[in-house]
Design a protein around this ligand. Structure first.
Ligand SMILES: [Zn+2]
Ligand SMILES: [Zn+2]
Length: 346
């Protein structure tokens, strides 16, 4: 009954947070750059490129500063929450006992625990569970029960074509993918599940980007002091009327493309969550949206096993078709069971 504790030393969470900051800021920076490019490409005749660029660059710098500072301010709280959740998982594992010890259905002897298997949840909506394996000391019969008393029943897999249970299952481990193949011994039907492996490329810019995006304790302290006036400035640069007459711009576009379904952020959230759940994606989270001129950027992240970039892209593009939102294709990243991407609305 070996159990690897979830709780690790603080350094592990510090590094995890730094990685999250770097990924988040890289995405923010890239999406702000795209927005500036777009803003310049939509420039009207008579408008001065230099001044538009100057204003945009200024907003870009400020937006990035606010992101960095907010992430620095949230650091301790988030790390504490992560550590508490992991500690809680470990305690659940240690303290959970079976509801009762079952009796052997052959010889009526009380069975003893031979294994305790954790099914710990990383999603607030799902509960933790423990599966206890029991064995009869006399006739070796095994049974398994969850901590809530529900018996574990192993359902035999069936062939999709002929319903036979006589299947040969194999796992083929290749360099780029893992294939799970079931071959039916009755009708020869072959079913394959292919999981692409994520090949982690060496992140050559990580250290310099960490330096750039992760604030030191002193910088965070300085920010805390200046927070009130910076908050006012933040409010100012994100208010829509600050730089351009964006309202008239917006209404002409709407008139030209009436077939586009205009979704606001809550609509988008609802749509995406529905579609992702339908495709069995889990742990769906959205970051706080960032408003920049008439564009809104939001980060979406999903956790799970076997996440595949291509399949995700196709699905998300299809569901956002004919809406005012799109996915930034280049922003899709898959790493350590997390898929992240940027969505952009206008
Ligand atoms: Zn027995
Ligand atoms: Zn078959």
């Amino acid at each position: 009954m070996s159990y690897t504790p979830c709780l690790k030393d603080r350094e592990y969470y510090e590094n995890r947070y730094d990685r999250m900051v770097v990924t988040h800021c890289r995405m923010t920076e890239r999406s702000l750059d795209n927005t500036i490019q777009k803003s310049l490409s939509e420039m009207k005749e008579g408008e001065d490129e230099k001044s538009i660029r100057a204003v945009d660059e200024c907003i870009r710098t400020l937006m990035l500063y606010f992101e960095k500072w907010q992430l620095a301010l949230d650091r301790d709280k988030t790390i504490k929450e992560w550590m508490e959740s992991d500690k809680e998982r470990d305690e659940f594992y240690e303290n959970t006992q079976p509801k009762r010890h079952p009796y052997c259905i052959k010889c009526n002897t009380e069975m003893r625990i031979i294994e305790k298997i954790p099914y710990l949840s990383y999603d607030k909506k799902e509960r933790h569970r423990i599966l206890f394996m029991f064995k009869c000391g006399i006739c070796d019969l095994k049974r398994a029960f969850y901590n809530d008393g529900e018996e574990f029943r192993h359902e035999k897999q069936k062939c999709e074509k002929c319903q036979s249970t006589d299947l040969k299952s194999e796992m083929i481990d290749q360099k780029k993918q893992t294939i799970y193949r079931d071959t039916c011994n009755s009708c020869g039907y072959v079913k394959e599940d292919i999981f692409e492996k994520t090949i982690e490329e060496e992140d050559l810019n990580y250290l310099s980007d960490r330096e750039k995006y992760v604030l030191s304790e002193k910088e965070t302290g300085d920010y805390r002091e200046a927070q009130v006036s910076l908050n006012q400035l933040h409010h100012l640069v994100t208010s829509p009327g600050w730089s351009k007459d964006w309202k008239s711009d917006d209404s002409t576009e709407e008139a030209a493309t009436p077939q586009i379904k205009k979704l606001d952020f809550p609509d988008l959230k609802e749509l995406i969550t529905k579609v992702l759940k339908k495709h069995k994606y889990k742990d769906i989270t959205f970051s706080n949206p960032v408003v920049f001129r008439r564009w809104v950027n939001v980060e979406l992240s999903i956790a799970g096993k076997g996440l595949e970039k291509k399949a995700f892209l196709e699905m998300i593009q299809e569901s956002l078709e004919n809406t005012n939102w799109k996915v930034d294709e280049k922003s899709i990243l898959v790493n350590l069971g997390i898929l992240q991407c940027k969505l952009e609305g206008s």
